[in-house]
Design a protein around this ligand. Structure first.
Ligand SMILES: [Zn+2]
Length: 154
């Protein structure tokens, strides 16, 4: 899991249609929830320079994120992180469960959430979005409007 407590798993329509996001999952999380490395590995990219959220997908690049390379040829990505919350650096080794940042709603995010994806190969270098196997049960997917409504209170 990319964090300690599973809140609500959200259905994001873009994930179904966009091949590069196909198996990514959005978790509705209160801003400031610790985000942890889902598996051990090495941080290969970080971006922590944006502060706000946007309703227009054209600002999707204005996001804060961490990418971790794992030893099995896969990488994981954690997106929409809170400004100045990233606690790791490129090249740093991280252990499974280690806090890497805090969740936020930065970038193209109409509600506070963590966008989490696993890629075969390197994310940003032709990696392919793959189905994520969790070691504990995760709740059913909920519709986006629920996340947007609840997001006001998070
Ligand atoms: Zn997402």
């Amino acid at each position: 899991m990319p964090f300690r407590d599973n809140i609500i798993r959200v259905q994001a329509p873009a994930h179904k249609t966009e091949r590069s996001l196909k198996f990514c999952i959005d978790f509705l999380l209160p801003v400031g929830t610790p985000v942890v490395a889902a598996c051990s590995g090495t941080v290969i990219a970080c971006q922590d320079r944006y502060k706000r959220s946007y309703k227009d997908p054209k600002f999707a690049v204005r996001r804060n994120f961490v990418v971790i390379n794992h030893n099995n040829g896969e990488s994981s990505v954690y997106v929409h992180l809170r400004y100045r919350s990233i606690r790791v650096k490129k090249g740093q080794k991280v252990k499974q469960g280690q806090v890497i940042a805090l969740s936020g709603r930065v970038g193209f995010a109409t509600y506070p959430h963590l966008h989490f994806g696993v890629y075969r190969g390197e994310y940003q270098k032709g990696g392919v979005s793959v189905q994520i196997a969790f070691n504990k049960e995760i709740g059913p997917e909920r519709p986006l409007h629920l996340a947007e409504a609840l997001g006001k209170y998070l």
